[in-house]
Design a protein around this ligand. Sequence first.
Ligand code: FAD
Length: 505
Amino acid sequence: MTSDGAARVTKVVIVGGGTAGWMTAAALSRLVPSGVSVTLVESEEIGTVGVGEATIPPLLDFNRMLGIDEDAFVRATGATFKLGIEFRDWARLGDAYLHPFGTHGRDIGGVSFHQLWLRQAALGNPDPGPIGDYCLSAVAARRGRFTRPSANPESVLSTLFYAFHFDAALYAKLLRDMAEQDGVVRVEGRVVAVERDAGTGFIEAVRLEGDRRIDGELFIDCSGFRSLLLGDALDVPFTSWKHWLPCDRAWAVPSQRQGGLTPYTRATADTAGWRWRIPLQHRVGNGYVYSSAHIDDDDARRALLAGLEGEALGEPRQLRFEAGRRDRLWERNCVAIGLSGGFLEPLESTSIHLIQSGITRLMSLFPDLGFGVTEIDEYNRVMLREYEQVRDFIILHYHATERSDSPFWDRCRTMAIPASLSAKLALWSGKARVFREQGELFTPDGWIAVLLGQGIRPASFDPLASALPADESARFLAHVRDVIDKTAAAMPTHEAFIAQNCAAR
Ligand code: FAD
C-alpha cells in the first residue's frame, strides 16, 4: 500500500472496446511501465456507438506515438485525407466557408497576417478576396487536391495540415490487433456489477455475467454513454450544456460514394441542426444532428435521406445524447475516457481528440506509485478546461448566425453564451485580437476562419498593420495568394494521391 492507502498499480482494467477503449489499450500496452498488465472487457452484444469518422490533425501524433505507418493505416481503415471542414448555410442560407487546418499567409514584423488582410479589406482597392484564399489547406480542399506537407519551414507546403476521415470500426480493429500483440488481454462479456472497497470507495473489481470477476487497481471507464464506472458506480454528477448546445439526437446512414473524393468534411446547417457528409474510400458517412425540441424524428430522418448524394446503404440508425460532461473525469482509481466522461457534438470532430488528450494526460500523470490527489486534481483541471474550450468554439458556430428562418436558429442566435466565449468575442470585436491559451486545442487561425466565416467583422484592426505602406502590403498579399494558388494547382488530386500511395484493397 502507498502512503495514501491505495495499492500500487500493476493491473489496469479497461471497461469498453469502442474507439476509446482500443485507443487506450493500444497506448497503454506500449507506454506503461513494465510489470503492468492491461485487461479490456467488452460486450459484442452491446456493441459500440458505431460513428466517429472525422478527426483533427493531432491524431497524426497519436498514430506516430504508436508507431503506425500512415499509408498502412489509410489502407486498413478506408481513410481519406481531411484538410478542413466546409460549413454551408451557417452564417446565412446560401453561404459557405471553410475552417481549414493550416495557417493563413505569413505574419510580418510581428503583425498577424489576418490584420494585414483586414486592413486591405478596409481599404478595398484591390479587394483582397476571402481570407481562405491565403490558406493552402483551404485552397487545396476547394480544388480537391492533396499532398503531404513539407518539413522545410521555408516552403509554403509546410503550412498545410491535415487529418483523416476513417472507418471507426476498422480503426478499432487495427488498434485491437496491435494491443493484443502487445499483451493486452481481451475479455468478452457484460459487466453486471462493480465492487468497491467499503472504506476508500475505490473500485476493486468488475463482475461479469457468468459469475466472473476481474480485479485491478486502475479502472478506465470506456463504456460509452452508459458511464458504468464513473457515472453509475462512483456517482460523479453530469453537468448538462444542453441550454447552449440543444442538439440531442442524430440519424446516421452510410451511402454509396458518388463522384470525386472531397478532402474535407461537409457540415450543412439545416432547419433544426446540421447534416454531416464524411467521404471514405469505400462509402460516404452521413448524419443529421438535430434538436428534438425543434423537429420530430421522422422529419429529421426524411431530411437526412433527401440530402444524400448516393444511394443509402441500409436503414438510418438513431443516436441519442446530451451535451455536457462529468464534473470530474478522474475519481478515486477510475478515469473516464471517451463518451463515459462527456460528449460534445461532432461539429468540429473533437470527440476522438478528447480521447487522445485523456490518454496522453493519463500517461504523463500515470499513478504507478499510487493515487496522489495532486495528480488527480491536475488531470481534472486540465481536461475539464479543454472540454470547456471546445464547447465554446462549437457554440460560436451556432450563435454567430444571421439565420432567422426557423425557431431553432432564432433560439441559437439570441441565446446567452458562456462568459468565456463572450470574453473572446469582445477581444475580437474591437481590433480582431485572438489569443490562444496555453494548451488550447484550436489555433488563432481556426478561430479567425470561423469568426470571419460566420460573418463577425471586427470594428477595426491592429494599428501596427498600417505601419507597412499600403501598396507594399497589397503587393505582399497578392504574392501570397499567387504562391498558394500555384502550389495548390501543382498538387495531385486527392484521388490520385490515394491511388498512388494508400488505396484500400
Ligand atoms: P462506445 O463506442 O459506445 O463504446 C462503448 C464500449 O463499452 C463498447 O465496446 C460496449 O460494448 C462497452 N460496454 C458498454 N456497457 C458494457 C457492459 N455492461 N459490459 C461490457 N462492455 C460494455 N467523434 C469524432 O471524433 N468525430 C466524429 O465525426 C464523430 N461523430 C459522431 C457522431 C455522433 C452522432 C455521435 C453520437 C458521436 C460522434 N463522435 C465523433 C464521437 C465518437 O463516436 C466517440 O467519441 C467514439 O466512438 C468513442 O466512443 P466510446 O468508445 O467512448 O463509446
